[in-house]
Design a protein around this ligand. Structure first.
Ligand code: SD4
Length: 324
């Protein structure tokens, strides 16, 4: 290398290096998802990825599985309602080109991930909320239905007896096997071409204030994908993730060379550093994958897990490390 090229190399930003880097694609495709129920979601995504399909299609197909699960009260169709009895759903999706779409506080539509994709592909916008999101979904052929299930209604009425507005979030996995052992689903996939996409979908905090929106539909907070670097997603108390623009932070740390797990750990530590007293009592978990397909996770509290699916094994469940 001449002195000239050596000095130029020193000033080339990492992002430009990433664009010109080549990666070993033999470990691809791969899809990872938050929590135990990520295994089922990954299986849906794998049907597409294993046939050489696009990561974006895999994400949508995978996320629709927990959204349709009538036993799942934290995502989609059977999600728990807000304080006033309305089921309001949040979701977003992002592709390898930086396109993204999102819906928030949307009622009466069981598959917010698909509406988010429609927002991305059919509108010049990124985000639609509330009545407008529902109207757009119906105009695009999606079924309008009452989402509140008898079980969700029962749980809400039980909650109303005390109506304590003290959400304890995302620690459900500390009780494996319980009916609460799942939460928001965040998914990240890399297809056989090496392209990354991600999605995040939730009914949010159970019994939240009507109109409350968490991190899950916020690009940069609940999800971020940069095809040069990797992707990240989050689960847990959305307010803390939004405050720290968590998923964007994780991706930017990976751009600087952090391993996905270290990037997630640093993002968790930022949350703790800013509000140590709040952080002790809440859960936030990040999940990330880099362009090479290396993945990792980190959470504030114990109990976080994530599911990995690739050629070798389709139902791997990994325990997320945690600060406490
Ligand atoms: C939210 N992060 O609405 C989501 C929900 C979640 O525990 O992950 N639930 O804040």
């Amino acid at each position: 290398m001449s002195a000239m090229t050596a000095s130029l190399a020193a000033i080339v930003p990492r992002s430009v290096k990433a664009m010109t880097q080549t990666y070993d694609t033999s470990t691809l495709p791969v899809v990872i998802s938050t929590w135990d129920f990520g295994i089922a979601a990954n299986a849906g995504a794998w049907q597409i990825l294993s046939k050489g399909g696009r990561a974006l299609d895999a994400i949508e197909a995978g996320a629709r599985i927990p959204e349709a699960d009538m036993k799942n009260h934290t995502v989609g169709r059977a999600g728990y309602p807000d304080r006033d009895g309305f089921v309001t759903l949040d979701a977003c999706i992002m592709d390898e080109l930086g396109n993204c779409g999102s819906v928030a506080a949307m009622e009466d539509i069981a598959h917010p991930i698909s509406v988010a994709r429609l927002v991305m592909e059919k509108t010049p916008h990124v985000m639609l909320v509330g009545d407008g999101a529902r109207q757009f979904a119906v105009e695009n052929g999606m079924k309008k239905e009452k989402l509140l299930t008898p079980e969700s209604e029962k749980a809400w009425k039980e909650w109303l007896k005390k109506a304590e507005y003290k959400p304890v979030m995302n620690i459900e996995n500390q009780m494996p096997g319980s009916k609460y052992n799942h939460d928001t689903i965040g998914m990240l996939a890399i297809d056989s071409k090496g392209n990354i996409s991600g999605g995040c979908t939730t009914s949010g905090m159970a019994f939240k204030l009507h109109g409350r929106v968490g991190d899950s539909p916020i690009i940069g907070a609940g999800l971020y994908v940069d095809n040069e670097v990797g992707g990240a997603t989050s689960t847990g108390v959305g307010e803390e993730v939004i405050r720290n623009v968590g998923s964007f932070l994780v991706v930017e740390l990976m751009r600087q060379g952090y391993h996905p797990e270290d990037a997630c750990k640093e993002a968790v530590n930022r949350i703790i550093k800013k509000k140590p007293d709040t952080a002790k009592n809440i859960q936030v978990g990040f999940l990330a994958i880099n362009k090479k397909g290396e993945h990792g996770a980190y959470a504030i509290q114990k109990g976080f897990s994530y599911a990995v699916c690739n050629k070798e094994k389709q139902d791997l469940l990994i325990k997320g490390k945690s600060v406490y």
